[in-house]
Design a protein around this ligand. Structure first.
Ligand code: UDP
Length: 329
């Protein structure tokens, strides 16, 4: 079976490619290397450098390769940046997906799994969040991901294509081998920023707000290991191969940790005191996001293997302590 992974040189994409190849599948990667890294491309995958917004490029990949299903990670994903530069997000996330879908329909490729996000919900109406809850994104990033989901929905109705949308909560951690991991530039995510302190790249970690209505006043998130997310993509491909209907699944551990608790676990893992300083709330941050992943467990048979936060942070630390500058030498 041959899987096309769009964005396979990025954080979650590269981890999914590793799991696909470990599972004996043939993998073709497309990535424009704008936020992905050539070093993250698995040596056994076939790699095409290019942009999904180019119809001739994506057509040429489908013409050269026999693809059974597509996994689509090729999108911009920084909440803050999406508020400052919304049209970049509409262009890459929506225009890119539109061109991709046109090409898939033209080439008769009818199965796709794609990364969506908890940001499609916005401020949650209840906890844990269910797939049937309201979608009211509070930022452009979540808005474009929700629009992508709708684009898949209407395209599937018209052209018979089937899709699975996976709404991730807080992706984190690194491959257990320590070979690949998280490398964003600029980095905005909590765990890699915390680990910059024991890596001597920052003096302290800033906590964005301690006046939320949570047990210690800091925001609560559901942290999910990137390899567990990767496994869910493989299960979703199998689900579509077995004839499953188009569907949407949350992916999280169903357990929430405050920012202070995450810092405390990082102190334990690294043995470093990691000083923390308080700051104002960050715009657009909901107080609490926790997934119900019961649907993915029941229908996809998904079982997270690295649910424990200490294991997650230890895997991230293995990567960051040996690659303090990410993929840069
Ligand atoms: N956060 C923080 N300090 C930082 C970065 C993040 O306190 O330097 C908080 C942020 O406000 C949120 C949580 O950590 O409540 C997780 O943020 P992240 O950016 O990792 O993921 P998000 O939940 O925005 O997808």
């Amino acid at each position: 079976m041959s899987i096309l992974v769009l964005g396979g040189a990025g954080y979650i994409g590269s981890h999914t490619v590793y799991e696909l190849i470990d599972g004996g599948m043939d993998v073709v990667i497309v990535d424009n290397l704008e936020t992905g890294y050539a070093e993250a491309v698995h040596p056994k995958a076939k790699f095409y450098k290019g942009d999904i917004r180019s119809r001739s490029f994506i057509d040429s990949v489908f013409e050269q390769e026999k693809i059974d299903a597509v996994i689509h990670f090729a999108a911009n994903s920084l909440v803050g940046e999406s508020m400052v530069n919304p049209l970049k997000y509409y262009d890459n996330n929506l225009c890119g997906t539109k061109v991709l879908l046109e090409s898939m329909v033209a080439h008769g490729i009818d199965k796709i799994v794609f990364s969506s996000t908890a940001a499609t919900y916005g401020e949650p109406e209840s906890i844990p969040i269910l797939e049937t809850d309201n979608n009211k994104p509070t930022n452009t990033y979540g808005e474009t991901k929700l629009a992508m989901e709708k684009m898949f929905y209407w395209t599937s109705k018209a052209h018979g294509l089937r899709y699975v949308s996976l709404r991730y909560f807080n992706a984190c951690g690194a491959h257990m081998s320590g070979e690949i991991g998280e490398a964003h530039n600029p980095e905005t995510h909590l765990i890699p920023l915390i680990l910059k302190v024991p890596n001597n790249q920052r003096e302290n970690i800033t906590i964005f707000g301690d006046d939320y209505d949570t047990k210690d006043g800091t925001c609560v998130r559901d942290y999910i290991h990137v390899t567990d997310l990767a496994q869910a993509h493989i299960l979703a491909v199998k689900y579509l191969m077995d004839g499953g209907e188009s569907n949407i699944f949350n992916l999280g551990n169903g357990v929430g940790f405050t920012v202070k608790e995450v810092i405390e676990v990082a102190r334990k893992v690294t043995g470093h005191p990691i000083p923390a300083v308080m700051a104002e709330r960050r715009a657009g941050d909901p107080a609490k996001l926790i997934a119900s992943s019961a649907k993915a467990v029941e229908i996809l048979g998904w079982k997270p293997q690295y649910a424990d936060l200490e294991t997650i942070i230890a895997s991230a630390w293995k990567w960051h302590s040996t690659h303090p500058n990410g993929y840069k030498k």
